[in-house]
Design a protein around this ligand. Structure first.
Ligand SMILES: [Zn+2]
Length: 197
C-alpha cells in the first residue's frame, strides 16, 4: 500500500445522521470508533484525510417541505449540521461541504446530483503527487457513501469501502444490500478497516 497516494474520506458523520438527529441512521455513531483509529493511522502514515459535511440551505429541495424525500437535516450553521462531537478531526487535512445549492442535492462527495457540478474534491486529490486510492467510511452506506464510491471508480480511483466503518439508512428496505451489490459490481473493494492497521 502506497500511503502517500491514499486518502481516507469520512463521509457525513454529523449530528443529524447520528442517534437523536432528524435523519438518524440506525447505529450511526458506531462509525466513529473505527474512523478515529483510521484517521490517525492515515495521518501518521502521510496519507490524506478528508471529512465531508452535508450542508443545506433552509428550504433545500431534498426536504419533504420542498417536495423532496428527506426530513429537514443538516441545515447550514445548525447543531444538526455539526460533525458528531466524538469524531476526532485533529488528523483532517480537508473539510468539504456539499449540497449547499438550494435546487441540487449532493449524495456524492465528488459531484452534485446533476453529475456535472464538481465539489472540488477530485481536483484536490489529483493535485501534487496525486492520490490513486480512496478509502471511504461514514454515513450512509446506501446514499452518500454509495454515490461517492461509484464516482470514485468512474473517475479512475481505486475505491475501497470500509465495511465496519459505515452504517446505512436502509430506506427503502433492502437498499443497503442493493448498494453493496452495486458497489461490488462497479469494482469497489469491500474491506474491514483492520486490514489497514
Ligand atoms: Zn442531505
Amino acid at each position: 500500500m502506497n500511503w502517500l497516494k491514499s486518502a481516507l474520506l469520512m463521509v457525513d458523520v454529523q449530528n443529524d445522521f447520528c442517534p437523536g438527529g432528524s435523519l438518524a441512521v440506525p447505529d450511526g455513531n458506531a462509525v466513529v470508533e473505527p474512523l478515529n483509529i483510521l484517521s490517525k493511522r492515515f495521518f501518521d502514515a502521510g496519507a490524506l484525510v478528508v471529512v465531508t459535511q452535508d450542508w443545506h440551505p433552509s428550504g433545500h429541495s431534498s426536504f419533504v417541505e420542498s417536495g423532496g424525500i428527506w426530513p429537514e437535516h443538516c441545515v447550514q450553521g445548525t447543531e444538526g449540521a455539526r460533525l458528531y462531537k466524538e469524531l476526532n478531526t485533529d488528523c483532517v487535512h480537508f473539510f468539504l461541504r456539499k449540497g449547499w445549492r438550494t435546487n441540487v442535492d449532493s449524495y456524492s462527495s465528488f459531484f452534485e446530483n446533476d453529475k456535472i457540478t464538481t465539489t472540488g474534491l477530485e481536483g484536490f486529490l489529483r493535485s501534487g503527487t496525486g492520490i490513486g486510492s480512496v478509502f471511504v467510511g461514514g454515513l450512509a452506506t446506501d446514499y452518500c457513501v454509495l454515490y461517492t464510491l461509484l464516482d470514485a471508480v468512474r473517475l479512475g480511483f481505486k475505491a475501497f469501502l470500509l465495511k465496519d466503518a459505515v452504517r446505512g439508512v436502509d430506506y427503502p428496505t433492502g437498499s443497503v444490500e442493493k448498494a453493496l451489490k452495486r458497489m461490488q459490481d462497479a469494482g469497489v473493494q469491500l474491506i474491514p478497516s483492520g486490514t489497514l492497521l
